[in-house]
Write a protein that binds this ligand. Structure first.
Ligand code: KIV
Length: 313
């Protein structure tokens, strides 16, 4: 009884959040505190990207901890050459769609290239847009160099949780000379570790480590107090992230370069193509639609009346 009263009071206390209702079969969205707790208890953190309502629903149904609206949206879903073409307005449109489709994961949105680098003020306005209009619970931004730190501190000071991202940072692919493994030599690995320390000091709640050697990721993970989320960083990070189009194999694997670190958990592309072919064949052979199974009936007298009147037209 006492426990129930405490539960009821807790629900009332947090009832200003839209996903928490006063019923017991409520849906409670994960927060940065949950992520912190998972890290403390060494529970691996699952992260998957979503780019719209329908992919967000999949992430939600899979009870994934963090749903990342990554700017990989640009090349995986929107057909752009690279992430640098994506604008803040486009990102916002997709974050809104993801938020409508996911009630349970912590939703983090990427700050796209060009939406945060110019000034702390620009970054703050962009991040507020993603949180206020997009209903994201936090933002991710690439890079942990000294220039980004005042920005990150400001965002955290206004109440926006920030996720860092180091190693291969695709927004800087022009400067990095492509999409390559980072931290291969001691100097490169040290720079990445230094960025992680800068980010941790600034107050990020987690850091994505992208495409760096396993042992470097392990060292960094063991020497930080915040969780690391790996992609192409091996098994020794605090969590893992995969891009949804990679993990579901939504693209033709024969036409796209698949990074070594990707594991497809399903083969949606082939399923989709097979379904298209079967449908075309059914339409052409008149196997679809079937009158009774897929069609609607009209009453005999209604049809007779319709026919009589129609013939007069
Ligand atoms: O944009 C994205 O999807 C990302 C992940 C690869 C971490 O940043």
């Amino acid at each position: 009884m006492l426990l129930r009263n405490i539960q009821r009071q807790t629900i009332r206390l947090f009832s200003r959040s839209s996903t928490v209702t006063s019923s017991y079969n409520q849906v409670v969205r994960k927060t940065v505190s949950d992520i912190h707790q998972f890290h403390q208890s060494q529970k691996p953190i699952s992260v998957v990207t979503a780019h719209d309502f329908i992919t967000a629903k999949l992430v939600d149904a899979g009870d994934i901890d963090i749903c990342l609206v990554g700017d990989s949206l640009a090349n995986t879903t929107l057909g752009y050459q690279d992430t640098n073409e994506l604008t803040l307005e486009e990102m916002l449109y997709h974050v809104k769609s993801v938020s409508r489709g996911n009630d349970k994961s912590l939703i983090i949105a990427d700050l796209p290239f060009g939406s945060f680098e110019a000034s702390v003020e620009q970054a703050t306005k962009s991040a507020i847009k993603l949180v206020q209009q997009g209903k994201a619970q936090g933002v991710k931004l690439e890079g942990g160099n000294k220039e980004n730190i005042p920005t990150i501190e400001k965002l955290i000071s206004v109440g926006i949780p920030v996720m860092g991202h180091v190693g291969l940072t695709p927004q800087k692919h022009n400067a990095l000379g492509g999409f390559k493994l980072q931290g291969k030599d001691a100097k490169g690995a040290l720079d990445i570790y230094q960025e992680c320390l800068n980010l941790q000091r600034a107050g990020v709640f987690a850091i994505v480590l992208e495409c760096i050697p396993n042992k470097i990721a392990q060292f960094i993970t063991e020497h930080l107090n915040v969780p690391t989320i790996g992609i192409g960083a091996g098994p020794y990070t605090s969590g893992q992230v995969l891009v949804i189009s990679d993990m579901l194999e939504l693209k033709n694997p024969e036409e796209s370069h698949i990074a070594k670190f990707v594991k497809p958990y399903a083969h949606f592309y082939q399923l989709g193509v097979d379904a298209m072919k079967q449908y075309k064949s059914d339409v052409e052979s008149k196997k679809f639609p079937l009158a009774d199974e897929h069609g609607y009936k009209v009453k005999k007298d209604v049809f007779e009346q319709f026919k009589n009147e129609a013939q007069k037209l």
